[in-house]
Design a protein around this ligand. Structure first.
Ligand code: 13P
Ligand code: SF4
Length: 301
């Protein structure tokens, strides 16, 4: 039996569901029951009937699965797959802002640890950050940890005072404006679609800035046949699947999230069989962090 059939068999045996982010390898996206961006996956994770979730992504995603469905077993194919940005803010930075502003709302990107979520008032993803920040009653917003998404949100919501910290996604932050300009020079008719985790120079060049799903939807609707993409290259699998008639160009220095690429078919099969690598959240953080995420799902409705 080949490994994909074996995974299917074990999945049925355990009544498990496989969730995968668009940045994991194509063969993992192929076997997943649901593939999505962080927002879509968190909504799905909150409403699954299955007792076991195999979360093909990085650790904050597994923690979010546990927070939204505490009664389920959330299995991580590789326990080491982590998002460096998810740790890039300290409690001292949050405390300092809380001491300074009476009406402060602490808004944390979903790409953050459960501990950071437990310090925060509401979570957001790149798909709903602007909408949620706009609708908060607070004038002063501490946006953690991604300075790039925070800057993008601040520009869309000028009526708020958005305070940033120095976190960033190491993959998107280094997408080079010069390499994007090279692509545009070679394909002048192409539109540029980028993720808000990119640096300011890159987002300034873009025709569209949005979440992974936003980029996929925009590309499908665009009447252009050539598109330049500024995000993690895993998204190419879905872009090509949906648009066989279009050509997608990525920067010469390919944006690859090596943590997402740690997920393999062998590791998916292993955790299905053994139920090793449970995602977990410390009991003292679970309530506050869970509220932060649930508030996101309510405010994004
Ligand atoms: P989205 O899934 O919200 O587009 O975020 C991208 C990302 O970097 C996930 O780690
Ligand atoms: Fe984190 Fe960036 Fe990888 Fe997403 S792409 S998991 S933000 S390092």
């Amino acid at each position: 039996m080949n490994i994909k059939d074996e995974i299917k068999q074990w999945k049925e045996k355990k009544d498990a569901v496989i969730l995968a982010h668009y940045y994991v390898e194509p063969e993992i996206q192929e076997i997943a029951d649901h593939v999505g961006d962080s927002f879509a996956l968190s909504k799905i994770a909150a409403n699954l009937p299955n007792p076991v979730i195999v979360y093909c992504g990085v650790s904050f995603m597994g923690e979010s699965g546990v927070l939204l469905s505490p009664e389920k077993k959330v299995l991580m194919p590789d326990a080491k797959a982590d998002c460096p940005m998810a740790h890039m803010v300290t409690k001292a930075e949050v405390d300092e802002a809380r001491a300074k502003y009476d009406d402060l709302a602490v808004v944390c990107y979903i790409n953050s640890t459960a501990e950071i979520k437990s310090w925060s008032d509401v979570s957001v993803t790149s798909a709903n950050a602007v909408q949620i920040v706009k609708n908060l009653p607070n004038k002063n917003i501490l946006f953690i940890p991604d300075k790039n998404l925070g800057r993008f949100v601040a520009a869309q919501v000028p009526e708020k005072n958005v305070i940033l910290v120095n976190g960033y996604c190491p993959i998107h932050e280094v997408i080079s404006p010069a390499e994007m300009a090279e692509l545009k020079a070679a394909h002048p008719d192409a539109e540029i679609l980028v993720h808000p985790e990119c640096n300011a120079e890159v987002t300034a060049m873009a025709d569209y800035v949005g979440s992974t799903t936003g980029i996929i939807n925009y590309a499908a609707k665009s009447d252009k046949k050539e598109l330049i993409i500024g995000t993690e290259v895993g998204v190419l699998y879905e872009l090509e699947k949906q648009n066989p008639d279009k050509t997608f160009y990525f920067p010469r220095t390919t944006p690859i999230c090596h943590d997402m690429k740690l997920i393999t078919l062998e590791k998916v099969l292993h955790v299905l069989k053994t139920e090793e690598n449970h995602a977990s959240v410390l009991a003292e953080q679970a309530k506050a962090a869970g509220n932060t995420l649930t508030r996101m799902l309510e405010l994004a409705k």
